[in-house]
Ligand binder design. Structure first.
Ligand code: SF4
Ligand code: ZN
Ligand code: ZN
Length: 311
């Protein structure tokens, strides 16, 4: 049988990528992944030298690969901190907490473990059961995570908040919101969102052009443990089947996902943005917490009130 050699050296290749077409040994795959990460950061002007970055760690493969690669590639140029939120989702969150804690202990960086119940008074499970049928679990959880991460980014006075959203997540997000005409959400997405009103801290997605297959391979090659089990609420998320369909298109048309997100950023997002600029209203701020909102109270404060009312 013919031995496939690494495209960069003469060693036996352990990984074959279809797009770009490359055969790589373990060492060169690591190098390739970390180079892709720094190129994505540069392409979308995500980070400046000397900035402080708070990385959100869920315990899943994407955020674990992100933090590991970020420390390797930029650890000497920026200040990296990490945060994990214990969301209180059945046994799933205990696994996420254990894996994240073990991983963070091994890294020589400042890190924080936030217990949602202790700090905010409720868990995601409690929020979901109290608001049953009103809002999908992932939508409730997403709102809570965004808020907690921003609160801590403000407290810790970091410049940027980095999340492990991948190419697959972003392609799915664009198509979902495009199909439902949710222009507002589309506008709030993207690889790098700047700080707004001095309260919404800049968000960056360094894995914006990196696929889930690549983050899985990176974790395997580096012997990084991650939570393999799916969140129990993910079965209810309609995006899972869409993600699979997008990957089927990618198999037939290599480069489809990258082309989708780049075209969106280069052409579609600016068009939506200029349309919205004409409609721009004076920002309002929540009467309780001061976060920007288009009502008297922000979505997070409204959610908290509903949970308390039903307790
Ligand atoms: Fe939260 Fe949904 Fe992710 Fe579970 S799958 S952690 S509920 S966003
Ligand atoms: Zn090699
Ligand atoms: Zn509020």
């Amino acid at each position: 049988m013919e031995v496939v050699r690494c495209s960069k050296c003469s060693k036996r290749a352990t990984i074959s990528l279809r797009h770009p077409k490359l055969n790589l040994c373990a060492e060169h795959f690591k190098e390739y992944f970390e180079n892709r990460l720094t190129k994505t950061i540069k392409r979308y002007k995500m980070i400046k030298k000397g900035e402080s970055i708070l990385v959100a760690i869920s315990g899943g493969k994407d955020s674990i690969a992100l933090l590991h690669a970020l420390c390797n590639a930029l650890g000497d140029k920026v200040e990296i901190k990490a945060i994990h939120i214990n969301l209180g989702i059945k046994q799933y969150s205990s696994k996420c907490l254990r894996i994240s804690r073990d991983f963070l202990k091994k890294l020589d960086i400042e890190h924080y473990i936030i217990d949602l119940k202790r700090e905010y008074g409720f868990t995601v499970d409690e929020a979901v059961s109290k608001l049953q049928f009103k809002r999908a679990p992932c939508s409730i959880c997403g709102l809570i995570k965004r808020r907690v991460l921003n609160d801590y980014a403000l407290k810790l006075k970091v410049d940027k908040l980095a999340t492990g959203h991948t190419l697959d997540d972003e392609a799915t997000f664009i198509l979902t919101n495009y199909a439902s005409g949710n222009l507002d959400l589309l506008l709030r997405s993207g690889p790098a969102i700047p700080t707004k009103y001095g309260i919404l801290i800049s968000r960056i997605k360094p894995l914006y052009e990196i696929s889930e297959l690549e983050t899985t391979l990176y974790c395997m090659i580096n012997n990084l443990s991650y939570v393999e089990e799916e969140c129990p609420y993910s079965k209810e998320a309609p995006t899972i089947s869409l993600k699979q369909m997008i990957n089927q298109i990618e198999n037939i048309r290599l480069g489809f996902k990258i082309s989708l997100i780049r075209t969106y950023n280069r052409m579609i997002k600016p068009a939506i943005s200029s349309f919205y600029a004409q409609l721009e209203e004076e920002p309002k701020f929540c009467r309780d917490c001061g976060y920007p909102t288009n009502a008297d109270y922000c979505a997070f404060c409204r959610l908290k009130r509903k949970i308390i009312r039903k307790s």
